[in-house]
Design a protein around this ligand. Structure first.
Ligand SMILES: [Zn+2]
Length: 313
């Protein structure tokens, strides 16, 4: 399992988490739709992760979120296109609802956030009008958060959804880089991940590694980039629960905490290196991550090492 799923907020705080993220990170292009050639400013929602004060309790809370993430191709009334194809950037949809909560579509490729990966930004286009989308919130439905000043589509309108490609692809590369890092550190040092966070092109993972061998930082930097160069395929697929859990290490520390009714598990597989249950969007090969740099290894307490990575543009 992608341990990043463990470090989401407890369910009761998800709404707060998302609104907080939006307030502090408003995407404000001057006009028109998101430009696929430039990144929006301040485009990193702040995900306020909790420390693992009571790891097991938090794990149980978050596993329910994971269950939703990895078993459903819908959220509420919205079909989630990005789970099937992470490369969808434009899609046709119909507006089902518009309220103070946001805009609900019948289908959407906007990644709503989760597993440590922040939500997408973008726009809806209709009748020659653009309504900028500043984020996504998961409630009973999947709510797209419009820019307050933009015109809203009426219920029943056919719209085109447009995903900010620069931001999304950077997040896909970063998310895949974290899985690669997790796979390398587990394979070579046997250390498990206990937390993490990501922004476009920079991220961190925390490992339960009691002692750091000499040259640890340089070694994992070299090993990670060897895996990038190896151009391993990254694939996503769904498996019945029993088959998924038969894969060695897939859930690692959390197998017995997954709910019994979790029937289908979405898998992200870096061929030959790392297999995890995961609901995020990923690039299709490790070469697409491009060079990743292990920027820092910090000692955050007994057996608690924080590895920070940066990706090139
Ligand atoms: Zn993940």
């Amino acid at each position: 399992m992608c341990i990043l799923n463990y470090v989401q907020m407890p369910i009761g705080s998800l709404r707060w988490q998302f609104l907080h993220g939006l307030r502090s990170n408003v995407y404000q292009p001057t006009e028109g739709p998101p430009d696929s050639t430039t990144s929006p400013p301040n485009c990193t929602p702040h995900l306020a992760f909790h420390r693992f004060g009571n790891f097991r309790r938090r794990l149980q809370e978050v596993i329910v979120v994971v269950g939703n993430l990895v078993t459903m191709d819908h959220h509420g009334r919205t079909a989630r296109l990005e789970l099937e194809d992470a490369n969808v950037r434009r899609f046709a949809a119909k507006v089902l609802d518009v309220s103070s909560e946001g805009i609900v579509l019948d289908r959407s490729a906007f990644y709503p956030g989760g597993g440590g990966q922040p939500p997408d930004f973008g726009a809806l286009s209709f009748d020659g009008i653009f309504c900028r989308i500043l984020g996504v919130r998961k409630g009973d439905d999947l709510y797209l958060i419009p820019n307050e000043e933009d015109p809203l589509p009426a219920v029943g309108t056919s719209v085109e959804g447009i995903i900010d490609d620069v931001r999304r692809f950077q997040l896909m590369r970063t998310h895949s880089a974290l899985h690669l890092l997790s796979g390398v550190v587990f394979r070579d040092f046997g250390a498990l991940v206990t937390g993490g966070n990501m922004e476009p092109l920079s991220a961190r993972l925390d490992f339960n590694l009691s002692e750091v061998p000499p040259g640890f930082k340089e070694t994992i930097d070299e090993m990670c980039n060897l895996e990038v160069s190896a151009n391993r395929a990254i694939t996503t697929y769904s498996l019945p629960r029993d088959e998924a859990f038969a894969i060695p290490d897939i859930i690692r520390t959390a197998t017995n905490l997954l709910p019994d009714d979790l029937e289908i598990v979405r898998i992200v597989d870096i061929n030959g290196l790392d297999v995890q249950a995961d609901g995020g969007t990923h690039v299709s090969s490790t070469a697409q991550i491009k060079r990743m740099r292990v920027a820092k290894v910090e000692n955050k307490g007994k057996g608690f090492r924080r590895v920070k990575i940066e990706l090139e543009e």
